[in-house]
Write a protein that binds this ligand. Structure first.
Ligand code: RB5
Length: 148
């Protein structure tokens, strides 16, 4: 598992925000696995949500950042994998709670919904907040991996 690598992926709706965050994270000395897209050409967001899920499943990164225009479609795509807990976040409080309560391993942002400064704050909070680890949270997160 590459614990020090952060995977990042998006569709065309968030290309500019992805480029911004790649530079931001690399500027902090962090390793970034960029899974695309490489341009603003129109693509299908599920492909990039699935690419992220496989990167996490395969141990290429412990955490990821996923974006599409709204953040909705790509979060739905990633969450089809039981190993993925992808949290669509619009503020810093939700970024913190996604880690503390949900042990989210993928942060989702809407490239057309959020500006670069707030996105940086959400990313920093997501990357620097630990799972609470309390019994009830462990139980609930465990249930997420076993849908009935
Ligand atoms: C692409 O136009 C847009 O539908 C996509 O980025 C995303 O918002 C879907 O949920």
């Amino acid at each position: 598992m590459s614990n020090d690598t952060i995977a990042i992926a998006c569709d065309h709706g968030a290309f500019a925000l992805k480029q911004h965050l790649v530079a931001y994270l690399q500027g902090k000395g962090l390793k970034v696995l960029d899974l695309g897209v490489p341009s603003t050409d129109s693509v299908d967001y599920p492909e990039y949500g699935y690419a992220m899920a496989h990167a996490i499943k395969d141990g290429k990164a412990a955490k990821g950042i996923l974006m599409c225009g709204s953040g909705i479609g790509i979060s739905i795509a990633a969450n089809r994998f039981p190993e993925i807990r992808a949290a669509l976040v619009t503020d810093v409080t939700c970024a913190r709670l996604a880690r503390e309560h949900n042990n989210a391993n993928v942060l989702c942002l809407g490239g057309r919904m959020i500006g670069p400064d707030l996105a940086e704050e959400c990313v920093d909070t997501f990357l620097n907040t630990d799972f609470d680890g309390g019994e009830r949270h462990v139980r609930r997160v465990g249930l997420l991996g076993n849908p009935k």
